[in-house]
Design a protein around this ligand. Structure first.
Ligand SMILES: *[C@@H]1O[C@H](CO)[C@@H](O)[C@H](O)[C@H]1NC(C)=O
Ligand SMILES: *[C@@H]1O[C@H](CO)[C@@H](O)[C@H](O)[C@H]1NC(C)=O
Ligand SMILES: *[C@@H]1O[C@H](CO)[C@@H](O)[C@H](O)[C@H]1NC(C)=O
Ligand SMILES: *[C@@H]1O[C@H](CO)[C@@H](O)[C@H](O)[C@H]1NC(C)=O
Ligand SMILES: *[C@@H]1O[C@H](CO)[C@@H](O)[C@H](O)[C@H]1NC(C)=O
Ligand SMILES: *[C@@H]1O[C@H](CO)[C@@H](O)[C@H](O)[C@H]1NC(C)=O
Length: 465
């Protein structure tokens, strides 16, 4: 986990603090059965600073896998357009993340985690919207626009699809709604990671592809473990009889994936502190063809940028699978139940070690951890997967440098299910605070979002007049 105080200092140049309050809202533990009648509280962040209480819209962020402050802080787009739309802002925290825990610190235990589903979370959001409208007996007064990025973008889209009477339209940024079994090839994610590195430097990509063998051969000689520990600033030296080498390989793979995802044109601490254009930035250490220990030294420098950009000199904790600034422990359970997203690599179309998708293995691992088996078709059955023709008023935006775009909706399927494609951006840059380094593509995407929001609000008012 990153040190929070440092991050605040780090961001001072770019972050704007908006007036807001954090509130709590009581929701049922189980929306879909009647036997468990407990309730608990989810949190939400609210701002009425710009709101026209007469009929101003509600901009509602459907919180995803993490503490809600993190999304409120990085979704500058909503805050920046709130004034001109005279909108109320709400960021709702997803159950089982942050402080919205139904069973306190026991929530993630196997006997309590079962109420963590996207459908339960959306039902929480529906009750909250209903409350914000003043209750069901009143005609809805305020148009509600859902926003979300990544899994939050899927939720924004699904919120509109499942609750069209409550939600007027949705901006679903970088939402991998097709990243499910049999919808896209399992290689697609890592192909895009690789192509993002290729755009920065072909040599860099080739060095990374070579590095796996070099690393495995190098550490097979146990006397090299100390050199690597020192050179890479590892917390513990690799010991193959403990499975450390695989853990280190996995850590490095996650590192490249993350660098591609957050390859933003400015420095930010979203997920973790990184410099502007982080892929290009790390590729400077791998821009010449390297072999042997020289190659490992280069990878070591990449590792320092990724794990230590805050300059605190913390060792690289490659055995810890916590993900950046998001406290997203619950996501693994979601991935093991309804959000089964097959991923694989082949080492040819991507720069990783070949690793096929093995559903049997995946399913058994899930059962070991949570005593449940996944339902690989759940997202398709529940939310339509790649058959969204019947839905309306959703914008799906994607940046083509973002690995998740491989599971995104990239061409419009109707007048009201529209795709916005940014050729040169990473993961939901369009939702982030505007920045002098923003490419034209993201400025245009934000204009397009505003035009659609305006139209949805206009239609809401016509229909509710
Ligand atoms: C919300 O308010 C707190 C202070 O109460 C502030 O620290 C934070 O930055 C604000 N959030 C946003 C997104 O501006
Ligand atoms: C919840 O259920 C229990 C029995 O299971 C019952 O005693 C209690 O009154 C119920 N509470 C509410 C609020 O319905
Ligand atoms: C292991 O590495 C050490 C030091 O680099 C070297 O002296 C030794 O020959 C290597 N052993 C094998 C089996 O390659
Ligand atoms: C590596 O791990 C094995 C098994 O846990 C242990 O017996 C051995 O002492 C370890 N080696 C080193 C160098 O720590
Ligand atoms: C993340 O959430 C878990 C479960 O609630 C909690 O035990 C842990 O302390 C949290 N970690 C951080 C860094 O907030
Ligand atoms: C997939 O995993 C299962 C269970 O671990 C294993 O028995 C099977 O051989 C694997 N299949 C392939 C193609 O590797």
């Amino acid at each position: 986990m990153q040190n929070v105080t440092y991050i605040l200092v780090f961001l001072l140049g770019t972050a704007t603090a908006y007036k807001n309050v954090t509130k709590e809202f009581v929701v049922p533990l189980d929306h879909f059965g009647f036997q468990r009648n407990e309730t608990f509280k989810i949190r939400y962040i609210e701002s009425d600073e710009y709101w026209n209480r007469g009929n101003g819209p509600i901009f509602f962020y459907t919180g995803n896998e993490g503490q809600i402050e993190e999304f409120a802080k990085h979704t500058g787009f909503m805050w920046e357009i709130a004034r001109e739309f005279e909108a109320k802002i709400v960021f709702a925290e997803h159950r089982y993340y942050g402080k919205s825990m139904p069973f306190g610190d026991k929530s993630l235990d196997n006997e309590h985690i079962g109420y963590l589903t996207s459908a339960q979370a959306l039902a929480d959001y529906a009750q909250l919207v209903n409350f914000l409208q003043g209750g069901k007996s009143l005609k809805p007064k305020y148009p509600v626009i859902a926003f979300g990025g990544s899994y939050g973008g899927m939720l924004a889209a699904y919120f509109r699809m499942k609750y069209p009477h409550l939600v007027t339209g949705a901006i679903a940024a970088s939402a991998p709604v097709h990243m499910f079994s049999d919808m896209v090839p399992c290689e697609v994610f890592h192909r895009i990671v690789t192509s993002s590195f290729n755009v920065a430097s072909k040599v860099c990509r080739d060095n990374i592809r070579q590095s796996w063998n070099v690393l495995r051969t190098f550490v097979a000689n146990k006397t090299n473990a100390d050199w690597l520990k020192k050179q890479w600033n590892l917390c513990v030296a690799v010991n193959d009889s403990k499975g450390d080498v695989q853990d280190l390989v996995d850590y490095l793979q996650t590192m490249y994936e993350t660098l591609a995802m957050v390859n933003y044109p400015f420095a930010t601490d979203f997920l973790l502190p990184l410099p502007a254009n982080p892929v290009r930035s790390v590729c400077q250490y791998l821009s010449q063809k390297l072999t042997g220990q020289k190659l490992l030294e280069g990878i070591g420098k990449v590792l320092q940028v990724y794990s230590n950009y805050n300059g605190k000199g913390d060792c690289v904790d490659y055995k810890n699978t916590d993900y950046g600034n998001l406290n997203a422990s619950g996501w693994d359970y979601q991935a093991c139940t309804e959000m089964v997203m097959p991923m694989c690599t082949n080492g040819v179309d991507d720069m990783f070690e070949p690793r096929p998708w093995n559903y049997t293995q995946f399913s058994e691992d899930c059962h070991k951890k949570y005593k449940v088996y996944p339902r690989p078709d759940a997202a398709w059955l529940e939310y339509g997967g790649d058959r969204l023709q019947a839905a309306s008023n959703i914008i799906f935006s994607n940046g083509l440098l973002d690995p998740w775009a491989g599971g995104g909706l990239l061409s419009s399927i109707s007048d009201t299910i529209k795709a916005v494609v940014m050729i040169d951006t990473a993961h939901h840059l369009d939702l982030m605070p505007k920045n002098p380094n923003d490419p034209e593509s993201v400025k245009m995407a934000r204009q397009e979002h505003k035009r659609n929001i305006e139209q949805w609000i206009r239609n809401f008012r016509l229909n509710n007049a």
